[in-house]
Write a protein that binds this ligand. Structure first.
Ligand SMILES: NC(=O)c1ccc[n+]([C@@H]2O[C@H](COP(=O)([O-])OP(=O)(O)OC[C@H]3O[C@@H](n4cnc5c(N)ncnc54)[C@H](O)[C@@H]3O)[C@@H](O)[C@H]2O)c1
Length: 339
């Protein structure tokens, strides 16, 4: 089955309001995180009623403003709390669930594997089990990652590749991904899986990640420390493209054969750490000032994704070129940090 791009589309240059999301009750786990806050903002602007679950709520470091927060039904709690999840699903009866809550950085998972496995794996089986009790659900979308594929001799990653993470974050994503699969295969839950590359953009307050950390280094004029050899390659994708991908997938899942499947979302263009850092310095109009530490072990060296499947089945393609996305991101951090 082929789809044309349905969401937020321009017809003859005019913005068309997407009615699908109007008044829809949508549960977003991890709604205050980087991706969750962008997705929530977009859902609110499309008229959805967002139920936001997060272990940390009302933080200062989010792009959600007071007006956004006033529209969200905010629930503070963990995705590992099964009774809470049952209550939320029974009370609000969402039609769509985006499951983003996770210990979401490679470093935090390396340092705290128990927390990582609990939030990322146990949190997924408990959420999906709670979803299974809710017959009104039309689509559940799980945030997996390109890290779920682990190290491969041949790139790009295809959705049919085996999942073979080796390190804590990667393994937690391989496991969550497979658990979603069993909830479809065994219990017929309408769940699909997103495996995306490294997302960047405004509002990522995880300063252990490369883009926010490097942009901050350019702003406060400190040397940027590259943990790896600088030769590792990643598939960087702008956050707006990913939000559009999630919405498109969830919207198309009912009455289609998309449930139970995994989808890669990326720019399909690998770039090395050094090249990315140099681009950030150049766009910030600063002389490169970085040190290579070559300390990073326990990380996949090279990654990028084939997006043939999403292009064909969802009509999705990355739209924001790297330089454009980086410029917007740098400007946002400069303004936010008051410089
Ligand atoms: N950012 C990326 O580059 C990227 C790439 C691929 C996949 N992902 C996945 O996308 C999802 C969102 O990532 P992000 O970049 O927004 O990360 P993030 O850390 O900014 O957001 C994760 C959110 O989950 C919340 N959370 C953590 N543990 C929880 C728990 N037990 N119960 C409830 N909430 C909990 C956190 O408080 C946070 O708000 C994650 O599942 C991540 O693995 C992210």
């Amino acid at each position: 089955m082929e789809f044309t791009q349905p969401s937020l589309e321009n017809l003859a240059g005019k913005k068309v309001k997407n009615k699908y999301w109007q008044s829809k009750v949508v549960l977003v786990t991890g709604y205050e995180g980087f991706l969750g806050s962008h997705l929530t903002k977009q859902l609110l602007s499309l008229g959805s009623k967002v139920i936001g679950l997060d272990i940390k709520t009302l933080r200062k470091t989010t792009i959600l403003d007071k007006a956004d927060l006033a529209k969200i039904t905010i629930i503070k709690g963990s995705v590992t709390n099964y009774l809470l999840l049952r209550k939320i699903l029974a009370k609000y009866q969402p039609e769509v669930v985006f499951h983003l809550a996770a210990e979401a950085t490679v470093g935090s998972c390396l340092n705290k594997p128990l927390k990582a496995f609990s939030s990322n794996i146990e949190g997924t089986w408990k959420l999906l089990e709670a979803c299974r009790q809710n017959p009104n659900l039309k689509s559940v979308v799980l945030a997996s990652s390109d890290k779920a594929y682990g190290t491969k001799d041949k790139l790009p990653y295809y959705e049919s590749d085996s999942l073979q993470g080796s390190h804590p974050y990667d393994v937690s994503k391989s496991c969550a991904d497979l658990i979603a699969r069993t909830y479809f295969e065994t219990y017929n839950l309408p769940v699909s899986i997103v495996r995306c590359g490294n997302i960047y953009g405004p509002g990522d307050f995880n300063f252990s990640r490369l883009v926010p950390d490097a942009v901050l280094a350019t702003i406060i004029d400190r040397p940027f420390l590259i943990r790896s050899s600088g030769q590792f390659t990643r598939d960087y994708i702008y956050v707006d493209d990913i939000v559009r991908g999630y919405l498109t997938l969830a919207e198309k899942m009912p009455n289609s054969k998309l449930s139970g499947q995994a989808f890669n979302f990326g720019a399909g263009k690998p770039i090395s750490v050094i090249k990315l850092v140099e681009a950030i310095y150049s766009l910030s109009k600063k002389n490169p000032n970085y040190k290579i530490l070559s300390e990073a072990k326990d990380e996949i060296q090279n990654q990028y994704l084939s997006t043939k499947k999403v292009q064909k089945l969802l009509g999705w393609k990355a739209r924001v070129p790297l330089n454009t996305g980086l410029k917007k991101t740098i400007t946002w951090y400069q303004n936010r940090l008051g410089l």
